[in-house]
Design a binder for this molecule. Sequence first.
Ligand code: 3H9
Length: 705
Amino acid sequence: MPELIHYDVRDRVAVLTIDNPPVNAMGPGVLEGIEENIARANGDADVDAIVLIGAGTTFIAGADIKIFGTLKTREQSLARSEATHARLKRIEDSSKPLIAAIHGNALGGGLEVAMACHYRIIAPDARVGQPEVMLGIIPGAGGTQRLPRLCGAELAIEMCTGGKPVSARKAADAGIVDNVAGPDLLHDAVAFATAMAMSGEVRKTRDLSNKIADRDAGVAACTAARASLAKTARGVKAPFKAVDAIEGAFTLDFEQGSARERELFADCVTAHESRALVHMFFADREAAKVPDVPRDTPVTKIERAAVIGAGTMGGGIAMAYANAGIPVLLKDVDGAAVARGIATIRKNYESTVAKGKMTREAMDKTMALITPTTTYDGFDQVDIVVEAAFEDMNLKKEIFADLGRLTKVSCILASNTSTLDIDEFAKASGRPGQVIGHHFFSPANVMKLLEIVRGRDTSKEAIATSLALAKRLGKVGVVVGNCFAFVANRMLAYYMREALLLLEEGATVPQIDKAMTDFGMPVGPFGMQDIAGIDVGWRIRQFLKSIGKTRAEGPQSEVPDRLYEMGRYGQKTGAGWYKYEQGSRERIHDPLVDEIAAKEAARRGIQRRAIKDDEIIARIMTALANEGARILEEGYATRASDIDAVYCYGFGYPRHVGGPMFYADSVGLPTVLEHVQQYRAQFGDYWKPAPLLEQLANEGKTFNP
Ligand code: 3H9
């Protein structure tokens, strides 16, 4: 087994270097090794003080997240947390001064180890945080007790409930760390350790009382935090548990507070919320791995980009590039179209500035990266072009033929199409290896999903470059195959089909939307269409009709067509699935829509009935899982967790539920299969079970291994 902790002595300071690539997570042997080496240093006559530092790019990224999957029971979780608490206490009991030297990240258990050291010094660009809530848990190694003792209630609550790391400067100002180092962290840490050895001072965080002295203020901060979380943390429990644990720092002594933290930690680890969020943590990272595209595949460096089409999507894509600091040409057919696009972009940035989320200076700098144009001048210099023109095959073929001639050979030619076959324009470009789908989601500068569509001839380099670029743009890139509507919209079609059929069968628009928002979706299917525009959906249906396709198998509800014919396009026309008062986005139930649905139901011979919320969730989720299974067996997604990532980041499916495939796994595939069979008997053959679903259910397996 490789040595996880290296022991060196420099100027009578023992330097313990944690070496567990890639992020020094606290896997088996790490914490044990730290403890053993601290004991060694304490017994080493040539050592006066100890520095704990990480090898590679980071200090410690926390507990090894894979371990949580092995904790099957509350007792096992409790035992794990107890063992870690005891070990950190022994570490804190070092009689020689112990200094954590933090670079990169000290996250979760990593910060908890650092806080069990007597002092902390940090590199200027490093960050510290307690991101456990992102995994559905709370700090389980004393973080909720030591952090408030260093920085007080407010920041401890913010860090443990929000999960966002804080900068070195903020950590120093708040008292979480003692010193910000210069460019040579180890040098400064050794000097700091020497000074501490001379003073002979050993300061244990658990003995500090200054920042927790005001019990009433601490309790009041926790009460206020719970009230605020009740509005913002819908459907999740971990942030509330974190507050409960932090309150213990103010109302209990260290031992009792720690015991309470362990109990709350154990409650969280085995809950569905944590299982789902841990699944999503790995889903995000697995998505970047494409079996036949090795990690060392060469990538094109993207230094300049161009976007064709300055409409809503093109403008958003240009913003995504500019936000990542990449200069981008924004081309449209005439000056007026480009000017409109630029005006919209400016308006978007202005509103970010008005909300205080961006400075005007940063806005001006970012806007300056976007160059409007109506010609192909400069396209020979760019490393990538993203085409976001109208969904018209002939137009796209022309554009790709132009791009094939005008851009440099290494330039990636991406299309933001959501419905067309990218192999067609790949052919037209004459450079099919460079052509790839980059399907952004609206608003493209905000939504985190980038569906990377692999065509028949797309090169491995183009795929690897797209994945690296997605990360740079702050997106989760998921590589999918070139099937009709790709993965995200293909799944969405089944989600919408069921919502519309449920409406015809007797559920109401607000009922279906509420069932889905209670489930965790940010907005229900009808509210979402009112935002996107019912006219947009109508145009897509007309286009599909023209190429002889439908969005999803099964009956096609015509209720949306009736709304379109009435000019009810959604929020923008003051009416759609809901009514809206002038200038307001508040959704008001419109009985007229129920009447239209009832008429359509009568026309199709459907007997209307009262529908329970449970049926709404089960029907919609079963439709998603069954279609997901088809996508998997047809090979258009690499793994089930890729589909989970697509649905979470494309449409806001709740991460704490884990994505539609993970949800199906947690319901149990035999139950999902039973639902499909029952619906088939009740509604017709369009509810055919996907063979993969049948196979896995019969074998007692799950979509996600
Ligand atoms: C915790 O600490 C609980 C405690 O309170 C105590 C309980 C008793 N474990 O993200 P990247 C892998 S909970 C295992 O692409 P980056 C990751 O899967 C933990 N593996 O790199 C990937 O593997 P692969 C609290 C981990 O540079 C590789 O490392 N801590 C862990 O973009 C590279 O990761 C957190 O939640 C881990 N802890 O970002 C921090 N972390 O290459 C989680 C990473 O095979 N980590 N991996 O796909 C992060 O936020 C980011 O990884 C970090 C680096 C910012 C550190």
